[in-house]
Structures are given as structure tokens and as C-alpha cells.
Write a protein that binds this ligand. Structure first.
Ligand code: MN
Length: 762
């Protein structure tokens, strides 16, 4: 055996172990040996000792980030593998050696020579798997599944990797916070669902809890405290509930454990997120587990049902809440009978009925199964059976790669999605984030230059909403600039503020450019941009301020072709309007700001100059927003409500809220008028109903997607007795678009009625 006394990449510089540390290592190793209940015979023992010696030599002098001798890590992993997962000697040997090829000068050959082909191939798998998990290659759905498939030649590879990750999570405190968060994210995204898939509930739960602890330390600690505070009361409730059951099961001759099923911190948190309910509501739901030692000569299944029968003699069952995984176990091997009954206090209690064997499987995965078979020869074939089962799961042709990953996503944080960069890096975003949010998440400049995106290799628009597991690539162009409507596309604060500052910079640029262009042009007529000249121009180009004028010249919206003609024209002064008063004065420092009160008066006395709702408002104009209660779109008759901060809220003229405002705060109501809208789209709902004929849904969506200016957001149709009804949410530019669409939908055979849904809410 080759003995090399240095390591390629030790976490810490080489150092000599102290006597105490040497002692600790041997103590931990003996502890491992004592827990190797599935390793039998002298040969196993001998090989495990040999593996320990090799690991101890190979990692000699290496330390973990925490400062402890490195070899304690493989020993701990080996103990998890045997004690918590229930694997045998080979797996223990592999766990002891798992970091050797990657981190030291030992080779696969050394391992094969000493421990044989099988151990070497598992170590090889472990070395490869860490490449995949450690972000060196893409972690897309298909790759991920393929990788699991190749590795599941021996599922022990995945199980040892899980044990490795579990120990790393248990000792995560010694890493810096950024690493903690990255590793915890991966754990939630990949390892915990993987453990779930393999039926390792105890490990899955611990991985989830530890991830939560490092990702959201404060939330985690709060929940831990709350659980502790409430535990006593819950215990009392469970006791009261259990007493009659204990008597009854005793009469039936059973040895059993009855426990209040502990809820993991993560599952409490997850439920609070998903159902949006407070802690108490999650925590107060009682769940009880009965684990019984089966009586001889009666099938376990029969005994489960006998216990069920005994329980329902005492408590009333909820009929639709029986889950029978005794007759048909879950794909991952889970067996149990679940029943929900009404407690005497009038609350629902979920009871899980399991035999001791079923409980082992539930907690430790199918590997635990073999413990119940005869020791020795039988055991490895039981394990083989389980391995075969996992392979079948992974190979199942019915579940394509994405569905496979969907299973994994069940466990994701409800409020977040995790998406991949083309290189397989994980990014965390809030739910409902769009491709554009992602672009800004990567880099502000990528956001500003984004023109589109590819999600899972399919071209999508920037407002495409991302899902967990998506791989996203952003397409950029140097000619692209941030656009105002993008503010509607994004939900992250980072994207919003980046867009706003890009717009500001852009406006400033345009204004300067426009100013220069105008000055040059006026120069040709030997004129200066005096207030007299400017006033003429403002009027002629129908703009409301100097800055808007400059900006429009700068962006090319206003060409100065007719400048000469305009300058010759005589203008009268009566056109000075509210907006000029208000906004040229407030933006130019030289003029006195017009007092607010007089503005209101101007408005009331001059109802003919309404607020123009433009698509491209400048920084200089007050911002407007569309009222959520009535959601007007261009073409609707509308009014504006000037809010405290000066921005204008556009309501439908017939909106009850607007009517209320008119009567109570009439001075803040101003007339408003749409200008042409070609770029921005507005959300409307239509209600549609008709006869449910074959292909009609397809027909409807085709008509909608053919209407060029219309974008469908959601479609929600349901059919009942041959009639379908439902709502479709769309983005349109104006009532004209909408009316066209409604007409075209009405032409479809079978469509009976199409109406715009007039949203009226508070
Ligand atoms: Mn390791």
C-alpha cells in the first residue's frame, strides 16, 4: 500500500495531530464500529479497519475549516451511512474512503488493489457526483436525471453522497455566511428532495431544517422558540386524546409506541408560507403516530386495519381522509395507514398507523428493509431489490425529465424560485419573477441591454414568468435601452431601481441632446431659445414643458422640419394651460412655483384642458397610474384623481370609487384624456360562454393570438353539462383592440356571449 504523507488541497495547512486528537479519532472510529450493526463477520470488521487506516493516513495532517482533524468527517459520514441509513460494510468502507481520490494523492487503483472493484467503482461514482453537485456543470433537469441514472448503477453512491451532505450541513457553522447560504440553497433544492425521493424521511427533514436555519436564521430561531413555548400544551392535548387509545390497544395485546408526531421546523414554516396562515394554525393541528410490534401469524396489513377499527370505535373518522399505503405502498417504499378522526374537543387529528418495520422504512428509507430479513446472505439481495426499485423510479419512461424535476420542486421554498444560468449556477428569485428580473439579477447592464430570453432553450419575451428549475439565458443587444414599460415587467426591487435610474439617465441625455439640436437649428435663423420662441414651439408641438420639448427633439419624436413655418406664425397667449403652469414652473428654478391652490382653480375653471394620458411621459410630467379597482383601458371614458404625492390616478368615469371621490374630494378630480396608445398594454378580463364543442378552446386561443395587439395572460374556462364558461385575462392597447377581439370571438361557432368584465372592487 502506498503511503503518502501529504495532501493536494488540505483545507488548512498541514499540521501534526495532538495526542488528544489522536485519541478522539480512535474513539470516534470505535464508536462507528459499535454502530455497524449490519456488518457481520470478521472479514467485514477487518476491511473496515483497513479502510480506516487508509483514510487516516491519506488525510493525515489535513484539517477541516472548523479546525478538527479531517478524518473525523469520513468517520462521521460512515456512521450516518450505517446507523442512520442502515447500509452494510461496503458502504461503510466507501464512506471512510469517499474523499480520498478527490483530495489526496491516493488513486482509484490504490483503492481497487486494496478493496476490490466494487468499492473502487462506488468511490469513482462519488468523485464524479461531486463534480455535478459542485456546480461544475449544468444542473438542468435532463442532465440531472441522466446523472442520477448512471450513478444509480449503485444507489449507494447517492446514499453516501447524502450522508456526506448531511454531515457537512451539521457542521456548516464553521463556514463563512456566503458559503452557508449557497450550500443550504443547494441542499433545499437538490439533496432534501432527493432524500425524500429515496424515502429517507428523517434525513430529508434534518436537511430541510438545517437549510432553513442557515438561510433564515432569525425565522428559524423564532419558530424553534415558538415550538418550545407551545410544546407543553400540545403534549397535554395529545395525552388526553391518546389515553382511550392506549387502553384499547393494550386490551388487544399490543406493544406499541404512541407519539405526537413531531413537526419539523421546516414543515411548519413551509405550511405557513404555502397556506399563508399563522404559526398557531399549523402547530395546533394534531398528528399522532402509532407504531406497533405486530402480533405473530397475522398479516401486518390486517393488523393495521384492526387498529384502525379500534380507533374508529372511539373517534369518528373523516371518511374521505383515509390513506391506504398498506395495500399499495408508495413508490419510494413508504407503507402506513393514515386516518383522520374527530377528537373529543372537536378538532381533527391525523393518525398514522405503522408496524415497527413500516416505521423503519418510513424513517430510514427502503434500505432499512433488509434489517428484517435474515442476517447474512439474504441481506444483500434485499438491498439489490431496493436498488432495482430506485433504478426503475429513475428510469420510468412515463416521467419525463421535467416532471422528474417537478417532484423535486415540491419541496422548494414556497416564496422563492431557483433558476439556473446557462452554466448551471443557481440564482434565487422571488416567485413570479420574470426573465427581465433574472437579467437584472445577473448584472444591471445585462438587464438594460436585454431584448429577449431563452428559457429551457425556447425563445420567450422579457416579461415571461419563470418557474423553479428553468434554465435562463438572456439575449442582449447593444442598441437596446431600458424602457418605461419594463417597470411593469419586473417585481424585484433591484430590477425596478435599475430601470428607473437608467430611464433617468436616458431622459437627461435626451434633454441635453434635444437642447443642443434646437439651439443649433435656431442658430440658422439667428435666434436663441428665448421664452418667446419656446412658447411658440411648445404650442406648435403640443408639448407641455421645455424639457418635454427637448426630450422629444432629442429622441427624434419631434423633427424640426417645420421650424421655420412655426416661428413665423403669430400665437396668441390664451393657450397657456394648466400643465405648463404647473410643470414648467416646478421644474425650472427661475420661475416662481405656481401655488397649488390656484392650480386647482385653474382646473375647475378650465375643464377643457384635461390631463393627457401619454404612453411616454417624461420625468417632468406627473406620473400616472391606472386604478386597480376599475382597470380602465385607453378608450374608456376616464377621470383623474390627483393623489397626495402629486401623481394622477386614472379611474373609469363610472367607477363607484371615482364617484365617491368626486363627491368628497372634488377639487382633486381632474378631467383626463387618453392619447393614442400603441406600446403599452393594459390588462382586461373578458367573460366568455358558449356550447362546449370539440376544439373550441383551441379556436378561442387561436383567435386571441392572431389578434396582433393582444396578449393573453391567463385563460380559465370550465365546462359543465356541455356548456363552458370562464374568464380570459388579456393585455390590449385600447378599447378598440378589445372590441375587435370580442367581435372576432363572437364569430366562433358555439360562442354565445363575450363580455368585458367590469372590475369594480374596493
Ligand atoms: Mn466529504
Amino acid at each position: 500500500m502506498k503511503i503518502i504523507n501529504f495532501a493536494k488541497s488540505p483545507d488548512e495547512p498541514m499540521s501534526v495531530l495532538t495526542k488528544t486528537e489522536e485519541g478522539l479519532i480512535h474513539q470516534k472510529f470505535n464508536d462507528l464500529l459499535n454502530h455497524c450493526t449490519h456488518c457481520d463477520g470478521k472479514t467485514d470488521q477487518r476491511m473496515i479497519r483497513k479502510a480506516f487506516r487508509m483514510a487516516n493516513e491519506a488525510h493525515r495532517g489535513m484539517r477541516r475549516k472548523s479546525g478538527e482533524p479531517y478524518v473525523l468527517h469520513p468517520i462521521a459520514v460512515a456512521k450516518i451511512v450505517t446507523h442512520e441509513i442502515g447500509l452494510g460494510a461496503k458502504a461503510v468502507i466507501c464512506a471512510l474512503l469517499h474523499d480520498i481520490v478527490e483530495d489526496t494523492d491516493y488513486t482509484l487503483e490504490d483503492i481497487e488493489n486494496n478493496f476490490g472493484k466494487k468499492v473502487a467503482s462506488i468511490i469513482d461514482g462519488l468523485t464524479k457526483i461531486s463534480d455535478v453537485f459542485d456546480n461544475k456543470s449544468s444542473l438542468q433537469a435532463e442532465n440531472f436525471r441522466k446523472m442520477l441514472l448512471t450513478l444509480s448503477d449503485d444507489v449507494r453512491v447517492i446514499l453516501i453522497k447524502l450522508a456526506d451532505r448531511l454531515h457537512n450541513m451539521r457542521t456548516l457553522a464553521s463556514l463563512p455566511p456566503n458559503k452557508q447560504i449557497k450550500i443550504s440553497g443547494e441542499t433545499t433544492y437538490l439533496y432534501a428532495p432527493l432524500a425524500h425521493r429515496l424515502g429517507l424521511y428523517a434525513i430529508k427533514t434534518e436537511l430541510e431544517d438545517l437549510s432553513l436555519k442557515y438561510r433564515y436564521p432569525k425565522i428559524y430561531q423564532d419558530l424553534v422558540n415558538q415550538v418550545a413555548d407551545n410544546e407543553k400544551q400540545r403534549g397535554m392535548m395529545i395525552n388526553a386524546f391518546a389515553v382511550p387509545l392506549i387502553d384499547k390497544l393494550g386490551e388487544m395485546g399490543y406493544e406499541f409506541d404512541i407519539t405526537g408526531r413531531p413537526k419539523s421546523i421546516y414543515s411548519i414554516w413551509n405550511k405557513m408560507q404555502v397556506k399563508n396562515v399563522p404559526f398557531e394554525e399549523v402547530f395546533d393541528l394534531l398528528a399522532i403516530r402509532i407504531v406497533f410490534d405486530p402480533l405473530p401469524d397475522i398479516p401486518e396489513k390486517t393488523q393495521c386495519w384492526n387498529i384502525y377499527s379500534a380507533i374508529t370505535d372511539i373517534y369518528q373518522p373523516k371518511p374521505e381522509r383515509i390513506r391506504d399505503w398498506v395495500s399499495t405502498p408508495k413508490a419510494n417504499g413508504y407503507e402506513a395507514l393514515h386516518v383522520t378522526v374527530m377528537g373529543h374537543e372537536g378538532n381533527w387529528v391525523e393518525i398514522q398507523i405503522r408496524s415497527r418495520r413500516m416505521d423503519e422504512i418510513a424513517e430510514r428509507g427502503f434500505a432499512a428493509h433488509w434489517r428484517y430479513k435474515q442476517e447474512g446472505k439474504e441481506s444483500s439481495s434485499e438491498l439489490d431489490k431496493w436498488i432495482k426499485r430506485i433504478r426503475e423510479l429513475l428510469e420510468n419512461p412515463d416521467s419525463n425529465a421535467l416532471e422528474f424535476l417537478d417532484d423535486f420542486k415540491l419541496n422548494l421554498f414556497a416564496s422563492e424560485i431557483l433558476v439556473f444560468t446557462p452554466k448551471g449556477h443557481i440564482k434565487t428569485l422571488p416567485q413570479k419573477s420574470t426573465a427581465l428580473d433574472f437579467a437584472y439579477e445577473i448584472h444591471t447592464q445585462i438587464g438594460n441591454k436585454a431584448i429577449g430570453a431563452k428559457v429551457n432553450h425556447k425563445l420567450v419575451s422579457l416579461n415571461h414568468i419563470l418557474k423553479s428549475g428553468d434554465q435562463v439565458e438572456i439575449l442582449t443587444s447593444d442598441n437596446q435601452k431600458a424602457k418605461r414599460e419594463w417597470l411593469e415587467y419586473v417585481i424585484t426591487a433591484k430590477a425596478k431601481s435599475s430601470i428607473k435610474s437608467a430611464l433617468k439617465a436616458e431622459t437627461k441625455n435626451r434633454i441635453e441632446k434635444g437642447k443642443q439640436v434646437l439651439e443649433d437649428k435656431l442658430q440658422e435663423f439667428s435666434l436663441k431659445p428665448s421664452s418667446r420662441v419656446l412658447r411658440k414651439l411648445l404650442h406648435a408641438y403640443d408639448v407641455t414643458s421645455k424639457d418635454e420639448l427637448y426630450s422629444k427633439i432629442g429622441s427624434g419624436i419631434i423633427t424640426l422640419e417645420e421650424l421655420k413655418k412655426i416661428l413665423r406664425k403669430n400665437t396668441k397667449n390664451k393657450w397657456i394651460r394648466y400643465w405648463e403652469l404647473q410643470f414648467t414652473s416646478s421644474t425650472s428654478k427661475n420661475k416662481k412655483p405656481a401655488p397649488k391652490k390656484s392650480v386647482d382653480q385653474t382646473y375647475k375653471t378650465d375643464p377643457k384642458s384635461p390631463y393627457l394620458i401619454r404612453e411616454n411621459i417624461d420625468e417632468t410630467e406627473p406620473e400616472y397610474s391606472i386604478a386597480k379597482c376599475c382597470q380602465p383601458i385607453p378608450g374608456d371614458s376616464v377621470i383623474g384623481y390627483r393623489s397626495q404625492d402629486g401623481s394622477i390616478i386614472i379611474h373609469k368615469a363610472k367607477c363607484p370609487n371615482a364617484i365617491k371621490l368626486m363627491s368628497s374630494q372634488g377639487n382633486r378630480i381632474i378631467p383626463a384624456k387618453w392619447t393614442t396608445h400603441k406600446i403599452l398594454s393594459y390588462l382586461v378580463s373578458i367573460h366568455i360562454q358558449g356550447v362546449d364543442k370539440f376544439g373550441i378552446y383551441n379556436h378561442i386561443t387561436t383567435v386571441i393570438s392572431k389578434e396582433l395587439s393582444v396578449n393573453m395572460r391567463t385563460i380559465n374556462l370550465s365546462s359543465h353539462d356541455g356548456i363552458f364558461v370562464g374568464n380570459i385575462d388579456l393585455y390590449v392597447h385600447s378599447t378598440k383592440d378589445l372590441n375587435n377581439l370580442i367581435m372576432n370571438l363572437m364569430k366562433i361557432k358555439g360562442v354565445e356571449a363575450v363580455n368585458r368584465v367590469e372590475k369594480i372592487e374596493d
